[in-house]
Design a protein around this ligand. Sequence first.
Ligand code: GSH
Length: 202
Amino acid sequence: MKLRYSPTSPYVRKVTVTAQETGLQARIERVPTVTSDPGSGLAKDNPLGKVPTLILDDGERLYDSPVICEYLDGLHSGAKIVPPAGPARWAALRRQALADGVLDAAVLRLMETRRPAHEQSPAWIAKQKGVVDRCLDALEAEIGRFGDGLTIGHIAVGVALGYLDFRFAAENWRDRRPALARWYDAFARRPSMVASAPREPS
Ligand SMILES: N[C@@H](CCC(=O)N[C@@H](CS)C(=O)NCC(=O)O)C(=O)O
């Protein structure tokens, strides 16, 4: 299978971490894709024009990151990162939704700041920052219940915090969130997180 990716996308990083944690990395051919380039052919594979997009060997296309991660989870026989049923499943999926929401708000904010100064909306930027702050406070309150296992909730939260460090390093989210900071500092040492750390293409 082939994964359309861009090196700085946190949603792609969720898939990359999932693939490494489930031992599927070698089965995935990575296809660098510039989402803004109409010549990339991305729109044919995913009408949303977004990465990650997974192209299966039978030609089927999968998106977005939650769908791809759950698909990959069905391909291995180890411990599942998407719990199959019960409260553990809903906790993992809700945490993934929370972390993906952090990413959505952070990406919207970043995009807004890249528009010409006179077109930017300070109110919009403040709103997105407020969403991220609220979600981080919610995570601080529940990180003690995350447990030692690995689920898509853990992966999504780890990737979201890594993205804040990557794009908004000057605003230290760790201030006022000591439990979350401790959890992340350990999580970020996983080989899958170290290997997938985002960097701007040279
Ligand atoms: N909900 C999607 C979000 C994917 C997404 O927004 N990807 C960004 C890269 S970080 C993208 O492809 N943006 C290109 C565009 O929107 O034109 C997921 O979880 O995969």
